[in-house]
Write a protein that binds this ligand. Structure first.
Ligand code: G3P
Ligand code: MG
Length: 249
């Protein structure tokens, strides 16, 4: 069963702010979103940071891998100018600072564990440990625990070992034939799928098992209505501006 919000801001602020930044999260809040998806990766010194790409060059200028750069150096780099020069003071945030921001503002998190190549187990383990410690503290007990998701089954299994109380979702592009077995092996509460490859037939079959079904990345109201009519529980969107009206009801 899906017990989380049904409309989730993708990568923080969707297309309205630099992805995976605190400015993005603030943008989501400004539009009324209290649910966010973002990507978390490890730096060379194994600091968990918000980052989608394994390589520098798109959102943060430079060359090389995130896994080969020290967090202190990454934190000095501009993560916003690629989006708009007005955001040139944006930095890559640490996962810890984002958990603090979300706890402070009552934002629920879908934490996508995004291991760089060959770091699946360590990434899942360290992100699991950080979340376990953070949510284990009394002061954060009021915050809604996050949901982990990942394309990496290895990372999810490692997160499960490190943080057994934090729920997991299997993230896939297309639904594999053995989806039910994979979900059972992970003791996952949900399946996250690219909506382009979801059919009504599959959606119904998944929902019949009682598992949560979440789609990414849904950027039209008509498609959202169609997916809901198939029983889809939730979706990520880049179009915060389109879906914000739903929060006014
Ligand atoms: O978690 C849903 C979605 O974010 C997965 O794809 O590439 O945007 O991280 P991506
Ligand atoms: Mg993601």
């Amino acid at each position: 069963m899906w017990t989380y919000p049904d409309i989730i801001a993708h990568r923080g602020g969707g297309i309205l702010a630099p992805e995976n930044t605190l400015a993005g999260l603030q943008c989501g809040l400004n539009w009324g979103f209290h649910a966010v998806e973002f990507d978390v990766m490890l730096t060379k010194d194994q600091i968990a940071v918000l980052m989608h790409d394994e390589f520098l060059g798109r959102t943060v200028q430079g060359q090389g891998k995130i896994a080969e750069i020290m967090a202190a150096d990454l934190f000095l780099m501009d993560a916003g100018a690629w989006f708009d020069p007005a955001f040139s003071d944006c930095r890559v945030p640490s996962f810890l600072s984002v958990m603090e921001f979300c706890a402070l503002h009552g934002i629920w998190m879908n934490v996508e564990i995004k291991p760089s190549h060959g770091t699946d187990m360590l990434t899942g383990q360290l992100i699991g440990q950080l979340a376990e410690e953070f949510y284990g503290e009394i002061s954060h007990a009021v915050a809604i625990p996050p949901l982990f998701s990942s394309f990496s089954v290895i990372a999810l299994q490692a997160a499960r070992l490190a943080a057994p109380a934090i729920a997991r979702a299997l993230l896939v592009e297309r639904i594999p034939v053995d989806w039910q077995k994979q979900l059972e092996e992970l003791d996952a509460v949900a399946l996250h799928v690219n909506h382009r490859y979801l059919t009504q037939e599959l959606a119904i079959a998944i929902k019949q098992t009682g598992i949560g079904l979440c789609c990414y990345t849904v950027n039209s109201l008509a498609r959202a209505d169609e997916l809901r009519s198939w029983g889809v529980d939730a979706f990520c969107t880049d179009r915060l501006d389109l879906f914000a009206a739903g929060f006014e009801q």
